[in-house]
Design a protein. Structure first.
Length: 387
């Protein structure tokens, strides 16, 4: 079987790797730019398991397990570092928070509730007087998304996959509900199966086979910061549900922070030219959030800001599987801003599914048909990207 994969982000490369590792079909991947050059490469790389649905926790848990296995699997650690994930919430989110923690513990995530008064024992100066509930995930951490994606691509290539970069797909030829040919600007490639892992352009690829994916693109804004006090890489990543703030350490003592785009809700964007980047207003908002929650680091200056697309369906959960009008066109799209950490877990199950094996984690809840059947995921928090 010859499988063509469209997209060289973490989903496409991880699926290519698992297809070769599990079943060794012929795999050809097409990336219009370089590996991990869009949403994957600009991800903050946070690895956590705090979700409102058990199945999503299972995929996140399997994803972090695979990330921990990268040295044995790929010969690289992908920058994976288990510094922990400290999540906090106010009274308005306490019930959902405790529900999520209970789900995590059911699944086997190593997470414990901690007293808000003890927060600064984990991150010095972390303010907790207005916090109702807090928890620490011990096995959580962060990774380098670019190193993870390129690591999967390199290993897939070593196992026999063909990785084509700077090769945009311009059309897909279909006969009787089956994709037969992938057209690039230069060549035609016969295929038996296609995986659409094109990230922000997944809907465009689906349109080539007359499939309408309900995906929208939003802007996520991030800044690398440096304060007079070092944010140790051993401090846990902090996630403040109420403010939307997150702060993740870098190995240098600097830290990455974001969440300023959450205020007022995410606005859909039509094209890359609509990305506005991190504005002075965003910096002011981010600075205010840090001053409130992490006053020890309130003097932080900007090292580097960036922004990129996140791509999400209406319920902010992935779309996975073959649409009912197709036979061999598999969708793996809609990471919704939290997809990086789950990608290895999804990729393993997707590869198993494509190869006719029982997926390690059940995928049926993520099928495109859920939007017709009104069987959507429900977000536990008001911001969809937090799920």
């Amino acid at each position: 079987m010859r499988i063509g994969i469209v997209g060289g982000g973490v989903y496409g490369t991880a699926i290519a790797y698992f297809l070769k590792e599990i079943g060794d079909p012929e795999v050809v991947l097409f990336e219009k730019d370089s590996i991990g050059s869009a949403s994957t490469g600009k991800s903050a790389g946070i690895v956590r398991h705090h979700y409102s649905h058990e199945i999503q926790i299972r995929f996140a848990k399997r994803g972090s397990e695979i990330l921990a296995e990268l040295p044995d699997r790929l010969g690289t650690d992908g920058g994976f570092h288990q510094n922990g994930y400290l999540i906090i919430a106010g009274e308005e989110d306490e019930a959902q928070f405790r529900h999520n923690i209970s789900l995590q513990q059911t699944v086997g995530v190593d997470v414990e509730l901690i007293a808000p008064s003890d927060l600064d024992e984990y991150v010095p100066g972390l303010r907790g007087d207005d916090i109702a509930v807090a928890a620490l995930e011990h096995d959580a951490g962060f990774a380098d998304p670019y190193l993870v994606a390129t690591g999967f691509a390199r290993k897939a290539e070593e196992l026999g996959a063909t990785i084509n970069t700077n090769t945009p797909v311009v059309d897909l030829e279909v006969e009787d509900g089956e994709v037969t040919t992938i057209q690039t600007a230069e060549d035609s490639h016969s295929v038996d199966f296609v995986v659409n892992a094109a990230g922000p352009w997944a809907a465009n690829v689906a349109n080539m086979v007359d499939i309408d994916l309900p995906l929208k693109r939003y802007e996520a804004k991030v800044a690398a910061l440096s304060a007079s006090k070092s944010y140790s890489p051993e401090y846990p990543t902090v996630s403040d549900i109420g403010q939307g703030l997150y702060a993740k350490p870098e190995g240098t003592g600097d830290f990455i922070a974001g969440g300023m785009e959450r205020e007022g809700g995410h606005e859909p964007l039509a094209d890359r030219t609509d990305l506005e980047g991190v504005t002075n207003t965003d910096f002011e908002q981010l600075g205010a959030m840090i001053e409130h929650r992490l006053p020890r680091f309130a003097d932080a200056g900007v090292v580097e800001p960036w922004s990129e697309f996140i791509t999400a369906p209406p319920d902010w959960h992935q779309i996975i599987g073959i649409p009912k009008t197709m036979k061999n066109f598999y969708v793996a799209a809609g990471g919704s801003g939290h997809g990086f950490k789950e990608a290895p877990g999804f990729a393993e199950s997707i590869a198993e599914d494509i190869l006719g094996e029982t997926p390690s984690n059940e995928l049926s809840a993520y099928h495109l048909q859920r939007f017709e059947e009104d069987n959507l995921f429900t977000g536990g928090y008001s911001d969809g990207s937090r799920s």
